[in-house]
Design a protein around this ligand. Structure first.
Ligand code: ADE
Ligand code: ZN
Length: 326
């Protein structure tokens, strides 16, 4: 349709993408074979059939198991470049991608192996597509503060290649307050800060992410809408929300795309963006997220232009680069 063509032609930044969540079943099988790793699925179709989730934890269990096929620097390069190829095809010109080092170091894969492979993939994407990117190191919030500090220490030699830190994994029961000290340490090293909050957790977790983690960007943030004063604060301060429509529906945080609040967020003056979260698991890359939201919610071309513009305004690019993309 006309809207689909308009979306395809919009230059975009992607600000909420877990690189481990871009592992397509085909690559999972190929890496399992290359590395001699057993996987509990007989076929690609069987893998896709397993992607039927009723909440975040359901998904996380399968997502962490899938990551076990990632072993070598080459694997992380291949994973990243496969994502960037898909992103470039959707008009993404800049991506700020999350990685979860603890998912790998817990299995005996060195931090350096992971980050070197990802940096190789990022360099390849820039050479191949002109697509620029940044890395955001996420702490797994179901693990301890001490383990987060150990991960930050492992990142020390790479700090000039890491734009910021984030917070992901099981939200409820692991409030932002648990990581206030490690985020303060990251800030002291000059790192930006983002956190998943208000995906499944209550508005109180968004308040904590703002007041205790001093975040520069809010990942998801959907449940902020339950708190009018919080919504007004996010709008007034120009906080960017990295919203992930297909993820919200697949994880049953929104009943269906027909009732997704993306348009309500824009009407309330929030700087919302559209992103893919874990595209291999949730049924689509960033273009599909734009299309699904646009069709279900009747987004106009002005709305879509605003969403794409917000993605650059909310990025960690220098002001001159942001201006060049607007
Ligand atoms: N890790 C990968 N995707 C995630 C999500 N949507 N929420 C929390 N942790 C995640
Ligand atoms: Zn996420």
């Amino acid at each position: 349709t006309d809207i689909d063509a308009f979306i395809a032609g919009l230059p975009k930044a992607e600000l909420h993408l877990h690189i481990e969540g871009s592992l397509e079943p085909e690559l999972m099988f190929a890496l399992a074979e290359r590395n001699g790793v057993a996987i509990p699925y007989a076929s690609v179709d069987e893998v896709r059939a397993a992607y039927d989730f009723s909440n975040l934890q359901d998904f996380l269990d399968i997502y962490y198991a899938g990551a076990d096929v990632l072993r070598t620097r080459q694997d992380f390069h291949d994973l990243a470049l496969a994502y960037f190829d898909r992103a470039a095809a959707d008009g993404v010109v800049h991506a700020e991608i999350f990685f979860d080092p603890q998912t790998h170091t817990a299995r005996g894969i060195a931090f350096d192996t992971v980050i070197q492979g990802l940096l190789d993939g990022m360099a390849a994407a820039e050479a191949k597509h002109g697509l620029t990117s940044k890395l955001i190191l996420c702490f797994l919030r179901h693990l301890s503060e001490e383990e987060a500090f150990a991960t930050l220490a492992e990142a020390e030699p790479w700090l000039d290649r890491i734009a910021g830190v984030g917070l992901d994994s099981s939200e409820v029961g692991h409030p932002p307050a648990k990581f206030a000290r490690v985020f303060a340490a990251a800030a002291g090293k000059g790192l930006k800060r983002v956190a998943h909050a208000g995906e499944e957790g209550p508005p109180e977790y968004v308040h904590e992410a703002l007041d205790l983690l001093h975040i520069d960007r809010l990942d998801h943030g959907n449940r902020s809408l339950e708190d009018a004063a919080l919504t007004a604060r996010l709008a007034r301060t120009g906080m960017t929300l990295t919203v992930c429509p297909l993820s919200n529906v697949k994880l049953c945080n929104v009943a269906s795309m027909d009732v997704h609040p993306i348009d309500a967020m824009l009407r309330q003056g929030l700087r919302a963006t559209i992103n893919s979260d874990d595209p291999a698991y949730f049924g689509g890359y960033v273009g599909e997220n734009y299309r699904a939201a646009a069709h279900a919610r009747g987004l106009s071309k002005d709305d879509l232009t605003m969403l794409a513009r917000n993605s650059f305004l909310g990025s960690f690019l220098p002001d001159a680069d942001v201006a060049a993309h607007l």
